[in-house]
Design a protein around this ligand. Structure first.
Ligand SMILES: C[S@@+](CC[C@H](N)C(=O)[O-])C[C@H]1O[C@@H](n2cnc3c(N)ncnc32)[C@H](O)[C@@H]1O
Ligand code: SF4
Ligand code: SF4
Length: 450
């Protein structure tokens, strides 16, 4: 028996596996089978790694429930092998995957939670898009292979309605590029579900704006700069700024509440105050900034990521604008640090900052259910095979997320007075930076110098 001998780059030598004996490892990604070979795909690089049968079983048992000690006992029993040998042979693969940020370790086992229906579901209707934005988390462009058909969508909406899900955020890709977009949105609206649409705004003409108004939709439109050239360059489509502005104007004319969403990058951060001014002039309802996270196509554009100290300046500016009589500004990451500290001490059960899998989740264009779309590639369930409600209750990946606690966040955050409020914030950003449980990589308290 040998483990992971097909794992190129696996670090040889001792791995402090003994120190992890009582810890619970979790490998959340898909393991595909190709004849007698199992294959895992690195979510960051797309690099495929072959596994032999023993390595497959090792990772299969890293289910977020068993301790390492229990896993080793189980494998040595199954293969009638010496425990020490199993330890030694497991170590290189476990170390490599841990170093790569795709094997996660906690002190506690995952537990299953019965929660009420999510307050909202972000549903990527397609991976198709007419733009090719440099940062796009879903690498949108062409349609995915197994996208949900109109029939699948109606069945899913029936599931949502039966489970009393109050709102859907229809996103993508570009949701409005689907020919049946209004049939899907209309069907959900008829069932009493509030419709929000996240769109690049380029496909909105007068008829579309009126149809959105008639189903009572709220619309979030992406606009990244007041300067056409900056937006067009970022969205990799000349003329897109003009079309998006036209779309926003038509929505406002049709009385549709519009949120303007700007993804903040090194390309546009200096322009955000001007963009905010423009939003005020145009009659936008809400202004939202989204910090760039290097996933999807954004992995190849990490120079776009803004240093925490610069993000602090921008957040402080918008925070102070909230005192004035301007438009609504959506809550911002780490805004809590501008209010007095809450004093240290968190309840042992305080959940992690991310509300994914707790009050909302994502359904991908092919029907997979995830806490949010930053975790694509995870082993999860598909609405083509199971009812949404069954998945919400029983998915291991969703329940793993629910089990995460603020106390899982390591290092600096544990001594921070704002931990009870921010609860470590977005762990997806940490995941993008290789360690899901590190002190938050975007927080200016953790990284004041950058
Ligand atoms: C994925 S898009 C889908 C909807 C629509 N196509 C659009 O662009 O608005 C939803 C929002 O996520 C933002 N976004 C995309 N990739 C991102 C990333 N890597 N980090 C942060 N926000 C991102 C987009 O700019 C957009 O505002
Ligand atoms: S961010 Fe939106 S508009 Fe841009 S490529 Fe992705 S899905 Fe398309
Ligand atoms: S240091 Fe950690 S706990 Fe404190 S505000 Fe930043 S992310 Fe939150």
């Amino acid at each position: 028996m040998s483990f992971g001998q097909n794992a190129p780059g696996a670090a040889p030598g001792p791995f402090s596996i003994l120190e992890r004996n009582e810890l619970v490892p979790y490998f959340p990604f898909k393991i595909n089978r190709d004849d007698k070979i199992w294959v895992i795909t690195d979510p960051f690089t797309g690099y495929e790694r072959e596994l032999n049968e023993a390595a497959f079983w090792l990772l299969k048992l890293c289910d977020g429930y068993r301790t390492l000690d229990e896993i080793i006992t189980e494998i040595s029993g199954a293969y009638n092998a010496d425990r020490k040998n199993v330890f030694d042979m497991s170590a290189p693969l476990l170390k490599k995957l841990t170093d790569d940020g795709v094997l996660w370790w906690r002190r506690e086992r995952l537990s299953y939670w019965k929660l009420p229906a999510p307050a909202g579901v972000l549903w990527d209707l397609t991976s198709r898009c007419n733009l090719r934005c440099r940062h796009c988390v879903v690498s949108a462009g062409e349609a995915g292979r197994d996208e949900l058909s109109f029939g699948d969508c109606c069945k899913l909406i029936d599931d949502f309605a039966t489970f009393s899900i109050p709102q859907l955020i229809l996103s993508g890709g570009e949701p409005m590029i689907r020919n049946d977009f209004f049939d899907i949105a209309g069907y959900a609206a008829e069932k009493g579900i509030l419709i929000q649409v996240a769109t690049n705004g380029t496909l909105i003409d007068e008829t579309a704006a009126q149809r959105l108004a008639s189903i009572g939709a709220c619309v979030q439109v992406s606009l990244d700069s007041s300067e056409p050239a900056v937006h067009d360059n970022f969205r990799q489509c000349p003329g897109s700024w003009q079309k998006t502005m036209k779309g926003i104007e038509l929505l406002i004319k049709a009385d549709v509440p519009v949120t303007l969403a700007a993804t903040v990058t090194t390309m546009n951060i200096d322009n955000i105050p001007r963009l905010y001014e423009l939003a005020n002039e145009m009659g936008i309802t809400t202004f939202r900034i989204l910090p760039f996270v290097p996933f999807g196509r954004g992995k190849y554009a990490d120079e776009l990521e803004v240093a925490p100290a610069r993000m602090r300046e921008l957040t402080m500016f918008l925070h102070s604008e909230k005192e004035k009589d301007g438009i609504n500004i959506a809550p911002m990451e780490f805004e809590c640090t501008f209010s007095p500290p809450h004093g240290h001490g968190i309840d042992a059960g305080t959940r992690i900052g991310c509300d994914g899998a707790i009050s909302y989740c994502t359904v991908t264009s092919s029907g997979e259910v995830l806490p949010c779309n930053y975790f694509s590639g995870a082993q999860t369930e598909n609405v083509k095979e199971k009812d949404f409600r069954w998945i919400w209750d029983n998915s291991r990946f969703l329940n793993y997320f629910r089990s995460l606690k603020a106390s899982d966040v390591k290092g600096f955050c544990q001594d921070c007075n704002w931990l009870p409020v921010c609860r470590g914030s977005c762990i997806a950003a940490n995941f993008a930076h290789g360690d899901i449980f590190q002190s938050n990589c975007h927080c200016w308290l953790v990284h004041p110098e950058k």
